[in-house]
Design a protein around this ligand. Structure first.
Ligand code: FAD
Length: 282
């Protein structure tokens, strides 16, 4: 490997590994709202005793009850302490969320998930609108965790509302010496965004609105050889940004993490699908 490539690998290195992959039965132990845009649900139960999440972009797959019948179809753990899940027979309704604040509660752990209220709500947003303490769910994952880029001098976070929980984890996980900037792919007044990020991230970071074109907003902010970019938003909005970062600026994979968190008009969007079907990731 060349010296330049070595420098790059160490600047953008992210520690991590696999976690026990299992399905956990979760009981809602608290319901709140860090800002009006989010419903915060605190989940716990004996299965959470060995829950691990050490990466800012970690996600859990949450299985929700059917909005009309209330039936919860979900996987089960393969066995106590074992790795693996037993998939359900019927069609399950599951969505991805960012686990927050894993912490000890009694003999087990609790986590929070912040669910954004949105138009055209699906099973997740509908459930969150009427959730109550004592409700139950099933949580799978995170399968693995990748830590923050602790050596990167500068980190640019390009996020919409669904990725603010992840952005808050990036901010709190990065050293205070890292220059962190947030470009919010969110319309209107951003005061709730800065309120959320300050409270959850633990420090004030520069925040600007993305406007119509994410690539143009990132070009204005500037991306140099020492900047790591995390971008998570509506999938189609990321196509141009991905092209700009990977094709125009020719940034290496290590320097960029881009993920479509949902797709307009698609229920239960699979974030493993390529952002740009015409130019899949190499
Ligand atoms: C790795 C990862 C982490 C995520 N973390 C979080 C998180 O911490 N908090 C969070 O709120 N979301 C998070 N999301 C996004 C969340 O999974 C989706 O928004 C999900 O589609 C919501 O499910 P639903 O059942 O409400 O809607 P769905 O049934 O999936 O969709 C119903 C309709 O609503 C639309 N829709 C979905 N999401 C939105 C939205 N945000 N705004 C407007 N329209 C929407 C869809 O396009 C569709 O037309 C994450 C996604 C990924 C991939």
């Amino acid at each position: 490997m060349t010296d330049a490539a070595n420098t790059l690998v160490s600047l953008f290195q992210r520690q991590g590994g696999r976690n026990r992959f299992t399905a956990r039965e979760a009981t809602v132990i608290a319901v709140g709202s860090p800002v009006a845009e989010f419903v915060r649900v605190t989940l716990s139960g004996p299965d959470f005793a060995d829950f691990v999440s050490t990466g800012p972009a970690d996600h859990v797959r949450v299985f929700f009850p059917h909005p009309e019948t209330g039936e919860l179809i979900a996987p089960r753990a393969a066995g106590p302490g074992e790795d693996g899940i037993i998939r359900p027979e019927g069609p399950a309704l599951s969505r991805d969320f960012t686990p927050l604040h894993p912490r000890r509660v009694g003999d087990s752990l609790a986590i929070d998930i912040d669910i954004l209220r949105h138009d055209d709500p699906g099973p997740a947003a509908l459930w969150a609108a009427r959730v109550a303490v004592g409700d139950t769910l099933v949580v799978v994952g995170p399968r693995g965790s990748r830590g923050a880029t602790l050596q990167a001098p500068r980190v640019l976070l390009v996020v919409d509302g669904t990725a603010l929980p992840s952005a808050s984890r990036w901010i709190s996980d990065l050293p205070a010496t890292t220059a962190v900037e947030v470009i919010a792919d969110i319309e209107g007044d951003l005061s709730w965004v800065s309120e959320y990020l300050r409270a959850e991230g633990g420090r004030e970071v520069p925040l600007t609105a993305a406007g119509d074109d994410l690539a143009a907003a990132v070009a204005v902010a500037g991306v140099d050889a020492e900047t790591f970019v995390f971008a998570a938003s509506e999938a189609s909005r990321l196509i141009g940004l991905r092209r700009y970062l990977r094709r125009d600026l020719t940034l290496p994979r290590e320097q960029v993490a881009i993920s479509g968190y949902w797709k307009r008009g698609t229920a239960g969007f699979d974030h493993h699908a390529p952002i740009d079907p015409d130019d899949p990731e190499d």
